[in-house]
Design a protein around this ligand. Structure first.
Ligand SMILES: [Fe+2]
Length: 509
């Protein structure tokens, strides 16, 4: 059985792994059907850190995990409707895993790509080998052809940042629970980077990956500055279409993790950048990568969403970091010319939503702060910075300071805010960003996933002194309420924007 024969390409033939071979590889002596008892047991193969990830498109998922042994492993998949009392049917499909020795922290990591998924179907899966299976998890696909797509964006869980891994993990798990209870049909969970505080500390990774929601909804990983200093990030997350060229690391690729990658999900092209290096040609290398991906795949998508960690229009502590100052010069014009619609960023642990920015300038001087509806127009880009999704650390908003960057001064319409940002917000409550793609519209909302009450580590531990909408407040609005909501109209007045044509004429020559 194939999950979907019709979409299989010759190079992507599903393989049913011969269980006898797999069993032999992990030291099992049984002969199936002979009456001998299989001697492999779960204790011999410890499978941890299982996480569902995005594949190259909506018909794929990638599952990554840690393993105690480097033996042959698989992922087994079947439509949930075919399972009988939790047992996988004989028609279940297996996909061979790539298993490799970890370069840090010992053990092994495995991953496999599930291919040929059908739309509107629930699947069950488990990883491991015969008689050494993980628990069974499930996920559900949705309509592959629709113009509607809901996905959720999470800023800096950064487990361990408060100094208390358990509290940070509790806040993170609660945000996932709250967000997915409110949005059960969300199709992707998108990372703003900084999954953990310390790149190779596995207790932090354990807390980050504790929620079964990360085995049910695909995580689109993004590397932050706290994840990049060791290899654990890429041991935990295998990502599709990944380029780890040396310029992305400013010459230190040997000890660093991540890379640039892309995937296309329904009518949206997602491009995810390792933004940790920016000097000595790194920004130009990233722009080259984005340019090539847009050139090759942009015409197939209605919208282009960029994701990276270091927010360039930061509203808080990082507003005038050197990388930001440089990137406000390096990135915006390129993004406008490439037809990028939305940029999702992290790093500043505070929320911002930009005005429509074209070639690094406010596109329409009349756009009002906090407008709930904007027309993007050709070359227009909206930049969003996500607040903390876990409560492990919040940064307070900062006043514009032209002595630090004369190009990031106050907004004439709202002088306490930076000129690029329509909304800047920090309440010391956990939030997440919901993006609803609705044809030519993108609806972006920043939604509270906590009040001031626990779990909210930075508040609990006294690391911030107030909580709520105003400095000095002690109470916050209800969970599920929106800090900000904007409808972005991506069509200009002349009709459909032709991104690929714009890119060809202006940028890709
Ligand atoms: Fe961070």
């Amino acid at each position: 059985m194939k999950l979907n024969k019709g979409t299989q390409s010759p190079g992507h033939v599903l393989r049913r792994v011969a269980m006898s071979a797999t069993a032999a590889a992990i030291g099992v002596t049984a002969v199936f059907g002979s009456g001998l008892v299989t001697t492999a047991h779960a204790d011999s193969l410890k499978l941890t850190g299982i996480v569902l990830g995005v594949g190259a498109n909506e018909t794929q998922r990638v599952v990554s995990w840690y393993s105690s042994a480097g033996t042959a492993q698989v992922i087994q998949v079947a439509p949930t409707a075919k399972l009988v009392k939790g047992e996988f049917p004989a028609s279940a499909v297996t996909f061979s895993a790539t298993v490799a020795a970890n370069s840090v922290n010992g053990g092994y990591n495995g991953h496999a790509t599930i291919d040929g998924l059908k739309q509107n179907t629930s699947y069950s899966y488990r990883v491991g080998a015969e008689d050494a299976w993980s628990p069974t998890y499930s996920f559900t696909t949705q309509d592959f052809n629709g113009n509607n797509l809901d996905f959720l964006f999470f800023g800096d869980p950064q487990i361990g940042s408060s100094g208390n891994v358990a509290k940070d993990g509790a806040g993170w798990e609660d945000t996932l629970n709250v967000a997915l209870a409110a949005n059960p049909k969300a199709e992707l969970l998108v990372s703003g980077g900084d999954q953990v505080e310390t790149a190779n500390t596995e207790t932090q990774w354990d807390a980050f990956l504790a929620s079964d929601k990360l085995r049910q909804y695909p995580w689109a990983a993004t590397i932050g500055n706290h994840d990049v200093g060791g290899r654990a990030y890429e041991q935990h997350f295998w990502t599709p279409n990944t380029d780890r060229s040396a310029p992305y690391y400013n010459g230190s690729a040997a000890t660093r993790s991540g890379g640039d990658y892309w995937f296309k999900y329904k009518n949206v092209l997602f491009i995810d950048i390792n933004s940790n290096a920016y000097t000595n040609g790194s920004d130009a290398a990233h722009i080259d990568y984005i340019t090539n991906v847009v050139k090759e795949h942009g015409a197939d998508a209605k919208h282009t969403v960029l994701i990276y960690h270091h927010a360039i229009y930061s509203p808080a502590a990082h507003a005038n970091d050197n990388d930001n100052k440089q990137r406000r010069q390096d990135f915006p014009t390129a993004f406008s010319k490439l037809g990028v619609d939305l940029v999702l960023q992290g790093h500043d642990h505070a929320y911002s939503r930009s005005y429509v920015i074209k070639n690094g300038q406010k596109a329409n001087q009349d756009e009002q702060p906090g407008a709930d509806s904007v027309v993007k127009g050709p070359g227009g880009v909206i930049y969003v910075t996500a607040n903390s999704a876990s409560g492990s650390k919040y940064y307070d908003l900062t006043a514009p300071d032209v002595t630090k960057d004369p190009n990031f001064g106050p907004d004439p319409l709202n002088p306490k805010s930076h000129w690029a940002n329509s909304v800047e917000n920090q309440e010391h409550v956990r939030t997440y960003v919901r993006i609803q793609v609705r044809g030519n519209k993108l609806v972006v909302e920043n939604i509270r996933s906590s009040t001031c009450a626990a779990p909210n580590a930075a508040v609990e531990l006294g690391q911030v002194k107030w909580c709520g909408p105003n400095n000095g407040a002690t109470t916050a609005p209800a969970v599920g309420s929106a800090v900000d909501k904007v409808v972005i109209h991506t069509q200009d007045n002349k009709g459909n924007e032709n991104k690929s044509a714009a890119a060809e004429s202006d940028w890709l020559q």
